[in-house]
Each structure stands twice: as C-alpha cells, then as structure tokens.
Design a protein around this ligand. Sequence first.
Ligand SMILES: *Cc1c(COP(=O)(O)O)cnc(C)c1O
Length: 376
Amino acid sequence: MKIPRQNLRIPGPTPIPQEVEDSLSQPMINHRGLIFNQLISSLTSRLKKVFMTVNDLYILTSSGTGAMEASIVNTLSPGDPVLAVSVGSFGDRFAGIAQAYGAKVTNLNFDWGTAADPEEIRNALKNQPEIKAVLITHNETSTGVTNDLEAISKVVKDEFNKVLLVDAISSLGCLPLSVDAWHCDMVGTSSQKGFMIPPGLAFISVSPHAWEMYKQSTMPRYYFDLATAEQYLKKGQTPWTPNLSIFYALDVALDRMLAEGMDSIFKRHQRVARMVREKIKDLGLSLLVNDEKAAADTVTAVRVPDGVDGNELSKTMRTEYGIILGGGQGKLEGKIFRIGHMGYVNEDEIQEVLEAIPTVLSKLGFKSTKGIISNS
Ligand SMILES: *Cc1c(COP(=O)(O)O)cnc(C)c1O
C-alpha cells in the first residue's frame, strides 16, 4: 500500500524527518550481538540527558501505555491505596490500569480543560495518609492541558514523600521536565510523540525510591518486569526481542535533539504553540483551555463552533488540504478538534493549518464575529 504524504497534525504519531525515515530501512542485526550492545548503551545514556536524570532508564518495546503499566506493576501491590489525579482521558487511563491490577484507587478528577490543583492534591494526601503512590499526567493530550508537575511534585515528594508516577508521553522531549530536579520516581514516555520517530518504543526512568517500592511490590508482572530489564541491560541487551528499526530511528533522533539543544527545543514548541493560540483567537474561535498558563505547548484543543459539523471540518481539511487534525476523545468527541504540534514541527507546517482552517470553516457556514473570515 502506498502511503500518502500528509500534514499529520494529530497529537501522535507525529511526522518524522527524512533522515529518520531512511534509518528505518537498515538491515536487521543480532539483538544479542555486539552492535546492538553498543547501540543500546549509547541510546540509554543519551536518553538520560533528555530526561535530565541519572536514574536507571529502560527502553521497552511497547507503546506508551506499556510504560504506564510498567510504573504501576513494578511499584505497587494489589490493595495498595493510590491517588490517581486525572484531568482528561489519559489520566483516566492511568487510573484504569491501577484499578485493573487491584490497587485501591482514589480518583481526584478535575474538569476537562483545566489543570490539577496542587492544593487539592495536598488535601487528598492529608486526608488519606495511607496512600502509597500518586499517578499524574504531565501533559493531558486529550484536552491540551499541561499540569504544573514541579508544583505537584513539591507536594507529593517534599511534603508527603509518596512515590510519584508520571505519564510524560506527550511532554518529554518537548516541554521542560527535569526528572531529577523535580524528584519524579518513574517517568514514562513513548517514541511517537515528542521524539520524531515512529510508534513502537517506550522509555521509562526509575528512581531509587521506586526500586525500594519494587522490593515490596507483589503485583503480577512478566513482560514489564524492570528487574529483568536491568539484568539484561547490564549485558547490553533487552529481555525480549526489541523493535530494532525504531532503535535505529532513535539513534538519529537523539543526535538531532541533542544537537538542537533541549532549551532550543522547548522554545521552539513555545513559539509554535503561541502562534496557534493567537491565530485561533484572532479567528473568533474558542480554545478549550482558558488559562494560558495551563495551555499545552504540544497540542491545542479548539472548540468546534456552533453550527459547524466537526466531522465535516476534519474531512474537508483532509481531502482538500491533506491536513489531518485530531478529534475529541471521550466526552469531548465532536465538540473539539485538536492540532498536534510536537516533535518534528516548525512554524511552516502550522502556518499551513492556520491558513486552511478559516477557508474551510467559512465553506462550512461559520461566520466569525471578528469579521476576519471572508470567502475570498
Ligand atoms: C499518547 C498518549 C498515551 C498513550 O500512548 P500509547 O503510545 O498510545 O499507548 C498516554 N498518555 C498520554 C498523555 C498520551 O499522549
């Protein structure tokens, strides 16, 4: 099947550079051999720089959800009380995984489109001192909200010293996240969002506190047992057959990321995101996230205006412009569209989207109150 080139603006998988695409067609190698040994060692040490950590770090062959599952099954036991903080559908997923493995989950949910309030997390931990772990989404992709992880970590770690498990799948490598400075115990992310490479790998860091929890933990685990991953990494291997092609891609992507520099990457995401939010407001459209401080620099959710069919909007963007927008998830289905702007992204690809949106909207009958949209 011939895959068309599109302006892929869903929040993952994200577009990949040509250089990465080329790396994917290299030959297979022995995953118990010397070349792989050198490759995984070099990738692991460069990933630690991106994570800003000296903690242990593992590359898993799975999607991001595998890293979320790994953080739970390697630290907790059935019946353990955990606080699952959720601001959207990925937060709910984290809670769901803990539930599935028998943790006693206390849900702390915030309205979709808003960020988690550290004060409420503090109250929850005060009221339930028995809680062992806090689950948090750094960047909620379903709503385009970035939680203030640094402030949350101060509560969870400095005040209560609970183990802090972080879903950083749509933030790490794009938004500032200093794993060690912020005392995050397990931080999981995946290849297809901020890393400019295809889906198929997840990365997870493990702090000494998390390893302490591991010793007590009795949740069932096999594929994602991180002590097994550690045992094999010492030999320069993974326990199970790794997704070799994506390892090659990661090698190229990490070189690019470290050459650009993490600070420049963060600034590029900020610039592009601001451009999106400004233009959306100029068009007379509403952002889902009202609080500018909580707005994600990796994905923007826009309310579908009254009288416009969200499906028609996406369809016309695709058929007439080759632009693929994200839809709404869960209770936001049909109510919002999302523009992904993470990883391999610059002003140009986004400019294309921001120019197409008003033309398509006016075709679909939307009249901006700001009078900016015309049919010309
Ligand atoms: C994409 C995403 C996930 C899920 O990742 P998969 O790779 O599809 O398993 C989880 N959490 C967040 C915040 C995400 O953006």
